[in-house]
Design a protein around this ligand. Structure first.
Ligand code: NAI
Length: 327
């Protein structure tokens, strides 16, 4: 009698330093059913991939675990690496492609959360929530109408990258009374007409016009340090900058220096270059709000993300046609 064929394996790779999922992987098991054996592994990086991970047919990888060319070279039978989230800058997509491994992302789970979060960071700055909260908790009650406390209506909200999240943010900002502009060199003409916002032709134009600048493009070779010292200097000193995309898009040192010098009114960052913040001095930067790369999180979005990534992994092990392939 021939030996029964072993079940394919789907390995879920969670970040050992701060796990985002749960070892039982109940949501994934429900979606994957009998199609594969589901394993849960805690790793700091792909150097921690053990023999079971290296032999798996599909990996679901949470966002802080880098998957490099070295790790990819150790995968012996992998059909797909599924990045549990939208950004896939943590995976060496070229190395995966060279080995015939598809990299898929999960773009359809947290668009609303990230847009809500960008708006929350913008509002916290424009309405000075944190300084007012600190005042009240000192058991004082003085309202200092400093120059950073602004009326939203009429301020210009500038968006870098009018994709899914950029569009959702634009619609929210518009409803709040901002004048909304965007810069996105890859969108077809008419994107501005579709949602009733203004398009500008260059990043420089957007920087000069914005009272709030909100970043929503992906991180890649072109956008790393898209906003560095020269670009920050083009912003008005009264401007606020919001980043819910990826830390590496804004150079951290010149940004913190601009805040310390008062050359910028404030920053609301969900993501920072080289996460997390590294020193107490960085954390003490004036007019800085930082939120631990949590923009995508909500009870609802995490369930949706886990279901969607499990569906793609199931497709991969069944040999069906993959979707959301980014390489
Ligand atoms: P998307 O792919 O729908 O939109 C990205 C837009 O950026 C596209 O329209 C593209 O044309 C534009 N773009 C590309 N290069 C550009 C450049 N050089 N200048 C200006 N625009 C440029 O992606 P989506 O779903 O809107 O997500 C955007 C990013 O948000 C993701 O790549 C990810 O890094 C980040 N993200 C962050 C999360 C968080 O928790 N903080 C959660 C989810 C996504």
């Amino acid at each position: 009698m021939s030996k029964p064929h072993p079940k394919p394996v789907i390995a879920i790779i969670d970040w050992a330093q701060a796990p985002l999922s749960e070892p039982q992987s109940l949501i994934e098991r429900e979606v994957i059913g009998d199609a594969a054996e589901v394993q849960y592994h805690l790793c700091h990086s792909d150097a921690d991939f053990n023999a079971e991970v290296c032999a798996a047919q599909a990996l679901i990888v949470w966002h802080n675990t880098p998957v490099t060319a070295t790790g990819i070279a150790r995968l012996s039978d992998c059909r797909a690496i599924i990045r549990n989230g939208v950004g896939f800058d943590s995976v060496d997509v070229q190395a995966a492609r060279a080995r015939g491994i598809a990299v898929c992302n999960v773009p359809d789970y947290g668009t609303e959360e990230v847009a809500d979060h960008a708006i929350a960071l913008a509002l916290a700055q424009c309405r000075q929530l944190f300084p007012l909260d600190a005042e009240a908790k000192q058991l004082r009650w003085t309202i200092r109408v400093g120059p950073n406390l602004r009326r939203l209506r009429g301020l210009t909200f500038g968006i870098v990258g009018l994709g899914r999240i950029g569009t959702a943010t634009a619609l929210r900002a518009k409803a709040l009374g901002f004048r909304v502009c965007f810069y996105d060199p890859y969108l077809a003409n008419g994107a501005d007409k579709a949602i009733g916002v203004e398009r500008v032709g260059t990043l420089e134009e957007l920087l000069r016009a914005s009272d709030v600048l909100s970043v929503h493009c992906p991180l890649n070779a072109e956008t790393r340090h898209l906003i560095a010292a020269r670009e920050l200097a083009l912003l008005k000193p009264s401007a606020f900058i919001v980043n819910t995309a990826r830390g590496g898009i804004i150079a951290k040192e010149p940004l913190l220096a601009a805040l310390r010098a008062g050359a910028l009114a404030g920053a609301g960052l969900d993501v920072v270059e080289n996460e997390p913040l590294q020193t107490a001095a960085e954390a003490a930067t004036p007019n800085l709000i930082v939120t631990c790369h949590a923009a995508f999180c909500s009870v609802e979005s995490k369930i949706e993300m886990r279901r969607n990534s499990a569906r793609i992994a199931r497709t991969a092990v069944l040999g069906e046609r993959l979707y959301n392939v980014v390489n």
